[in-house]
Design a protein around this ligand. Sequence first.
Ligand SMILES: O=C(O)C[C@@H](O)[C@H](O)C(=O)CO
Length: 270
Amino acid sequence: MSKLLVKADKGHGHVAHVTPQSAGWTYVGFDLHRLRPGETAAGKTGDREVCLVFVTGKGKASASGKDLGLLGARMSPFEGKPWSVYVPQGSDWSVTADTELELAVCSAPGLGGGLPARVISPDDLGQEVRGKGTNTRYVTNILPEGKPADSLLVVEVITPGGHTSSYPPHKHDQDNLPAESYLEETYYHRLNPPQGFAFQRVYTDADRNGVRDLDEAIAIEDGDVVLVPKGYHPCAACHGYDLYYLNVMAGPKRTWKFHNATEHEWLMKA
Ligand SMILES: O=C(O)C[C@@H](O)[C@H](O)C(=O)CO
């Protein structure tokens, strides 16, 4: 199995746990909780900030000692927009499931920004359609760089069956602004219907002998997490199976400046 693939446990509870230590990087953390009604997930943010994303289901949330009420609405990630909660560093949070609940905990270093905890409702989220033809995909910005946070960037994308996304291939692995930013990234993948599969390639540029530092072609199944420490990271969804993913990105500067693979850039104009 690829070292970039983390298989979420198929059961309930705390089913995926990616830390900077386990991923071998510096910034991004990702956890997933699958809760039955009445079950609770809770945490302390410490020196990190967190964005809780209600991927599916409803739950009663609190953060920074405040009761935030019952959040969540959609019962499938392939419908509508999610509810989310921003929780700053030095704080605590808790969510008690009201229905079956899939809760993603996206985290990155806090930088002492002094931001308050806040609910991010579906109405706050911008959506965009990117690409053309079989590269069309649907993007929902949960915590984009225009919205307050210290380091976190969070976005979800639906790629219809037979389409590609994060394509033409792009990368963001150089701290070289304004041309490119360094951002680590996780992909949390879901498939509809769930028995499907999709593909993600994570790869770096070839040297003059055609050798790449990193070149992993990963078969993605429902519930998989893919780590993107560097390189290009395009996805392809197979006919009949829509692909959802939730991206968490963070790095030394909170901006998404990517570099398209030069040999594929012609696709932008096609
Ligand atoms: O445009 C897309 O298909 C989504 C990607 O931009 C995805 O969010 C990503 O690769 C971020 O680096």
